[in-house]
Design a protein around this ligand. Structure first.
Ligand code: ZN
Ligand code: ZN
Length: 539
């Protein structure tokens, strides 16, 4: 017998080998009809997988992310089966679930190019296959068997993936005529997949590598009910009407020019006016709230970013440094404003009595994004952050947090964002070694954030293990007029940069102490915020 612990804490004995589906059936036949996957000891798995030892379990329905994920990932297999039947010889890359639906990266058989006319063919084939209620079956295979299967099939993409796996960890899943290399989890059968839409095609480099082959990415979405699909498509129509890229063009707010460069927004007079009035609005509030406005250049010496650690993070995958005629001098476009601000802090001595110091700048930063990732004003290569850094004593952290939360709420209220959520990201207490800073500082900062949020009546979700290595943070998500969530402001504690830049203040004991640094934005960036304003108001 094994012990199964349910989410409500109930523990019951079962025969080893019991499955998630059997447990659901025992609770109620209705639940068994709705359940899609099961988490066993923290791992999401198939409902039909035998549970062989003591376990805590959680059953997932459509409303859980895990349930949707299983549903959509299984639908990706179904779509692959349809594509293989339509165009034999197709090779398959990967087919994951995504935020809305799923995709599969494929190389269609016999050099064929898919067009939008093929989408409906795939969709109809999927409907035909789904109505056959095909079971989705798991089989564990050795590495040798796996290699032999895909060698015979002639699918070098799957072979490349298999080669990176350890023998003994490889499984195949088959549904109908399609066999895939996959870890799972999947639905027990295609039966719950009732509504299907194959959405679009795109190009995608194999493994996201620009030097490798461009595959065809086929996007789809499925639902357990036709009504849900209809609602989703209506929502997309509404979102399309609000698309800031279309409205921005129509109202002549901003533009992009291939001659200037992809992802580099050009503000046209009307857009620049909106941008300037937002900056003026915020600047006047910042001045009232004790912020000091600073200005810094768009580039910085490479060594600045080696000191800050940003070179390690952004150096290789970012814009390359700019060289000057003088040998050995190299500059980077700034990916962040913080190092410049640290050096402004270091330019004068600070006493404990002068803190907190709140330093603000509308600072333009540059980050490399692959051209395929660029999207209107929300994914760009240059953007202007409404950035600020608070330098304070550890005992001032909570008050500083409260002042920032108050500021964010004030701005949201004036701009009519009335629905928002806030997420607090804490460190993973089981892996303290991954984080910089003392236990005492972390515990205090985490407590300060949580209490500051509570004192400000902020509704928060707490996520453990989501903190950056250098400090806990709080993120704001706003809900727009059609229910979409956008991440805007962030408040981030940092114990790292004060160390790296050797920031100090003179304490009341006349000794040198380390200040704490808080990074914060309210809009996130001017580009992103204007995009959200446009999409929220539909222009
Ligand atoms: Zn799969
Ligand atoms: Zn910063």
């Amino acid at each position: 017998m094994i012990k199964i612990t349910f989410p409500d804490g109930t523990v019951r004995d079962y025969k080893a080998g019991v499955t998630g589906l059997e447990l659901a059936r025992e609770i109620s036949p209705a639940l068994a009809r709705e359940v899609l996957s099961v988490t066993v000891n923290g791992e999401v798995t198939d409902l039909t997988r035998p549970i062989n030892s003591d376990a805590s379990i959680r059953l997932h329905k459509w409303d859980d992310e895990e349930g949707k994920h299983t549903f959509w990932h299984s639908s990706a297999h179904l779509m692959a089966e349809a594509i293989e039947q339509l165009w034999p010889g197709t090779k398959f890359g990967i087919g994951p679930a995504i935020e809305n639906g799923f995709y599969y990266d494929i190389e269609p058989g016999s050099g064929r190019e898919l067009t939008d006319d093929d989408l409906i063919l795939i969709e109809n084939k999927m409907k035909e296959l789904a109505s056959q209620n095909q079971p989705i079956e798991r089989k564990e295979v050795s590495k040798k068997e796996a290699i032999s299967y895909f060698t015979k099939k002639g699918d070098e993409y799957k072979l490349e993936l298999i080669n990176e796996l350890e023998d003994g960890t490889i499984s195949f899943y088959s549904s109908g005529t399609f066999v895939d290399l996959c870890r799972g989890p999947h639905l027990p059968s295609t039966e719950p997949i009732k509504a299907i839409k194959v959405m679009s095609l795109a190009g995608a480099y194999w493994r996201g590598d620009e030097k490798r082959k461009m595959l065809t990415r086929v996007y789809g979405i499925t639902f357990p009910k036709q009504k849900m699909l209809d609602e989703y498509l209506a929502f997309l129509e509404e979102a399309k009407k609000r698309d800031h890229r279309r409205i921005g063009k129509e109202l002549e707010l901003f533009t992009f020019s291939p001659k200037v460069g992809m992802g580099l927004p050009l503000w046209m007079p009307k857009g620049a006016e909106i941008r300037a009035s937002l900056i003026n609005f915020l600047t006047s509030i910042l001045k009232k709230r004790g912020y000091k406005i600073v200005a810094t250049p768009h580039i910085g010496n490479v060594n600045l970013y080696k000191t800050s650690g940003h070179y390690e993070k952004y150096g290789e995958s970012s814009f390359r440094p700019v060289s000057t005629p003088q040998e050995g001098e190299q500059f980077m476009l700034k990916p962040m404003n913080c190092p410049h601000h640290c050096e402004i802090y270091n330019a004068t001595p600070h006493s404990y009595k002068d803190l907190p110091l709140r330093m603000a700048e509308f600072g333009t930063v540059y980050r490399y994004e692959q051209s395929g990732e660029l999207h209107g004003l929300t994914r760009v290569r240059s953007f202007t952050q409404d950035d600020a850094h608070h330098f304070c004593r550890p005992d001032q952290l909570r008050e500083e947090f409260k002042s920032i939360i108050d500021l964010v709420l004030y701005v949201f209220r004036i701009l009519n964002f009335n629905e928002f959520t806030a997420q607090v990201s804490l460190r993973d207490p089981d892996h303290k070694e991954k984080y910089i800073g003392t236990d005492e500082n972390w515990e205090r900062a985490e407590r300060d954030i949580i209490e500051a949020a509570a004192e400000m009546n902020l509704n928060t979700v707490i996520e453990t293990g989501e903190a950056a290595f250098y400090g806990p943070k709080l993120d704001f998500m706003v809900k727009d007029a059609i229910g979409r969530k956008w991440q805007l402001g962030t408040i981030q504690v940092d114990y790292n940069l004060p160390e790296r830049f050797d920031l100090t203040y003179n304490g009341s004991d006349n000794q040198k102490h380390r200040p704490v640094m808080i990074h914060r934005t309210i809009f996130g960036s001017m580009e992103r915020f204007v995009a959200v304003l446009i999409e929220n108001s539909a222009g």
